[in-house]
Design a protein around this ligand. Structure first.
Ligand code: FES
Ligand SMILES: [Fe+2]
Length: 304
């Protein structure tokens, strides 16, 4: 959101996140270096702790504090929020699921346009390699949307698209199984938490692995969105199954890259929906726009 932040780690391992502008004369603090427990501005050598408190050798009594951000390390990523903001740090772990690492990707498209892609399943038969629905099933795919003031939930069920035998074996599924994709979108920060599993199409009995995925959408600027993806599965990284975790991570990264490549070919990536012909799968698009504007960007609701 056009905020430039310098992240640093002190000699003792403390993390600092400061606005990337020295309060003395606006040098980029990210051009400086860490000396012990302080970040040193390269221009005149003022020194800043992770708490933002600065000191100047020339004028020791002057208050020269950099703007500090709350920062924490969790789930293999560094999380930053406005100091004192009450948004809790996301708790992604779930009982019975094992983390497969964190993936990042950067999409040349605005936040809303990228969230659009992750908020509907109509693209999955054509855009995706493995995760998604059989192309001829879209007509009767079951889909439900429910929403609250600050969340949006979409549930879908239909036939899994055909995948190679190896992938079937990997996830413990077979051709003809139903794939259920059930996700909830949250807006501060903007992220989607997916629960995905397979069922025997006839009996509805669960089959194979269950997946749990969290995707965070960070608007780098008005035209670029960075993705942070945290994939989990019920497969414990033990014994031979240890080999599956990196494979699962690689397959997930590939699917995200397919989304990115598709989104970046849009003739018009602007979030404006006027003139688009929306299908029955597209109702989340308007809902998430309204919530991103109100809850994430803090914009007043537009009249009417
Ligand atoms: S601009 Fe940073 S010390 Fe002068
Ligand atoms: Fe997708």
């Amino acid at each position: 959101m056009d905020e430039e932040i310098v992240l640093f780690r002190t000699a003792q391992g403390a993390l600092g996140a400061l606005t990337d502008e020295c309060p003395h004369r606006r040098m980029r603090l990210s051009c400086g270096k860490v000396d012990g427990e302080r970040l040193v501005c390269p221009y005149h050598g003022y020194r800043f702790g992770p708490d933002g408190v600065g000191e100047s050798a020339s004028t020791p009594r002057m208050r020269v504090d950099a703007r500090r951000w709350d920062v924490a390390e969790r789930h293999g990523a560094i999380w930053v929020k406005a100091a004192g903001a009450d948004a809790p740090l996301p708790e992604l772990d779930r009982a019975g699921f094992f983390a497969a690492g964190v993936l990042t990707d950067r999409v040349r498209a605005p936040l809303e346009t990228v969230v659009d892609n992750f908020c509907e399943v109509e693209h999955t038969p054509s855009t995706h390699a493995l995760f998604g629905y059989r192309p001829d099933s879209l007509g009767d795919l079951e889909t439900k949307v429910e929403s609250g003031d600050d969340w949006l939930r979409v549930w879908n069920r239909g036939p899994q698209k055909p995948v190679p035998r190896l992938v079937e074996r990997l996830f413990g599924i077979a051709g003809g199984d139903a794939f259920v994709d059930d996700w909830t979108v949250y807006f501060s920060p903007v992220h989607i938490v997916y629960a995905q599993w397979w069922e025997d199409a006839a009996t509805g009995a669960p089959k194979g692995d269950r997946l749990h995925l969290a995707v965070f959408f960070v608007p780098v600027d008005a035209h670029t969105t960075e993705l942070f993806v945290f994939p989990y599965s019920t497969r414990a990284p033990r014994g031979l199954d240890r080999l599956i975790t990196p494979l699962f991570r690689a397959l997930t990264a590939r699917e995200v890259a397919l989304d990115r490549k598709m989104i970046e070919r849009l003739a018009d990536p602007r979030p404006d929906l006027r003139g688009t012909r929306l299908s029955r799968f597209d109702s989340p698009l308007r809902l998430h726009r309204e919530r991103i504007a109100r809850l994430y960007r803090g914009e007043a609701p537009s009249a009417g």
